[in-house]
Write a protein that binds this ligand. Structure first.
Ligand code: NAP
Length: 293
C-alpha cells in the first residue's frame, strides 16, 4: 500500500501463523515490500496454538486470507490440511508458504531455495559437486538437505547430537537422490582427512542464539577456501561465526536466507519480484532500532 494510505475494505490480507509468533520478523519485511511496491495489502501475525491449526486453516478459507507464512510448530502438521502441495513442500516435508487461489490452498517451501540463494549471494557458493557438512536434523536441516540435493551437492554429511534422527533424515532422501552421497556423523568425528575434504559447513541446529558452541564441528581442519553458513541470525555473530572468522574462513549468518525465503513468498503471492533490497533494509533498520531502544 502507498506510504501513509489507510487500510480499506479492499485491502488484501496476508500473514503468518505460528506458536509463538511474536518473534517473527516476516511482518517487518513483507509490509515494507508492500509499501515500497504500493500494493494495497497488509501482513499480520496470527498466533495459532497447535490444537487450533485445523480451525485456523478453515478460517483462512472462510475469511479469504490471500496467503500466509507458516512457522514453528505448524510447518509439517499443516500439510494434510491443504488442497495441494508443490514439489518443494513435498520434498522438504514442510510448508512455509500457503497461497490461497480462490479458496484452493496450495503449500510451498521457500526455505530451501532461500538457503541456496543466500549461499550464492552472500558466500558466492554453488553447492554443485561439493562436499558439505550439515549440522542438525530438524525441520530446517530437512529443507536444506532437499535443496542441497536438488542443487547437485556431491556429498552431504549430517552431523547431529541424536544420531538416529540424522539417520532417518538421510534414509528419507537417499533413494530420491542417487547422485548425492550421504553420511551421518556424531559430535565426536575428528578425522582430519574427512574435514579437509569438506567445502561448506552449515549450522541448521538451534544452537548459537545464546552463545552456545556446536560440538563436533572441526573448523580448524577445513581447507582454507571452505565456507561456513550459520542459519542463526540473532545474534549476528554467533560463536560458530566468530570461530570461522578467527580461522580466516569466509562465513555468514542466516539473515540472507530469511530475506530470500521472504522474497520468494512475496513473488508467489503477488506474481512479481519484491522491490530490490527493501526487505533486507527493513530488517537492518529494525535491528538498529532494537539496539538503540
Ligand atoms: P528443530 O526442528 O527444533 O531442530 C533443532 C536441531 O537443533 C536438532 O537437530 C537438534 O538436535 C539440535 N539441537 C537443539 N538443541 C541442541 C543441543 N543442546 N545440543 C545439540 N544439538 C541441539 O529446529 P529447526 O526448525 O530445524 O530450526 C533450527 C534453526 O534454524 C533455528 O535456530 C532456526 O531459527 C533456524 N532457521 C533459520 C532460518 C533462516 O531463514 N535463517 C530458517 C529456518 C530455520 P537433536 O535432534 O539432537 O534434538
Amino acid at each position: 500500500m502507498k506510504p501513509g494510505s489507510a487500510v480499506t475494505g479492499a485491502t488484501r490480507v496476508f500473514g503468518i501463523i505460528g506458536w509463538p509468533v511474536s518473534h517473527s520478523l516476516s511482518p517487518v519485511m513483507q509490509n515494507a515490500a508492500f509499501r515500497a511496491a504500493e500494493i494495497d495489502a497488509v501482513y499480520v501475525p496470527f498466533p495459532v496454538e497447535p490444537d487450533q491449526l485445523e480451525t485456523s486453516v478453515a478460517g483462512l478459507r472462510a475469511m479469504k486470507i490471500c496467503g500466509i507464512n507458516v512457522t514453528i510448530p505448524h510447518k509439517s502438521t499443516i500439510m494434510p490440511l491443504l488442497d495441494e502441495l508443490h514439489e518443494s513442500a513435498n520434498s522438504a516435508g514442510a510448508v512455509n508458504v500457503v497461497v490461497n487461489l480462490d479458496g484452493k490452498l496450495v503449500g510451498y517451501n521457500t526455505d530451501g531455495d532461500g538457503l541456496i540463494a543466500s549461499l550464492k549471494n552472500d558466500l558466492e557458493f554453488d553447492p554443485a559437486g561439493h562436499n558439505i557438512v550439515l549440522a542438525g536434523a530438524g525441520g530446517a536441516a530437512r529443507g536444506a538437505l532437499s535443496a542441497l540435493c536438488r542443487a547437485g551437492a556431491a556429498s552431504i554429511t549430517v552431523l547431529n547430537r541424536t544420531i538416529s534422527k540424522a539417520e532417518k533424515l538421510v534414509v528419507d532422501f537417499a533413494s530420491d537422490y542417487p547422485d548425492t552421497k550421504f553420511n551421518v556423523i556424531g559430535e565426536d568425528m575428528s578425522d582430519r582427512a574427512f574435514w579437509s575434504r569438506q567445502r561448506l559447513v552449515i549450522n541448521a541446529t538451534s544452537l548459537g542464539m545464546k552463545g552456545e558452541k556446536i560440538n563436533g564441528l572441526a573448523l580448524a581442519s577445513l581447507p582454507g577456501d571452505a565456507k561456513v553458513y550459520d542459519m542463526v541470525y540473532s545474534p549476528p555473530e554467533t560463536a560458530l561465526l566468530l570461530n570461522a572468522k578467527s580461522l580466516g574462513l569466509h562465513s555468514v549468518n542466516g539473515l540472507g536466507m530469511l530475506v530470500a525465503q521472504g522474497e520468494l513468498a512475496y513473488r508467489l503471492w503477488t506474481g512479481a519480484a519484491s522491490p530490490p533490497n527493501i526487505m533486507h533494509d527493513a530488517l537492518k533498520r529494525y535491528f538498529i532500532a532494537l539496539d538503540s531502544a
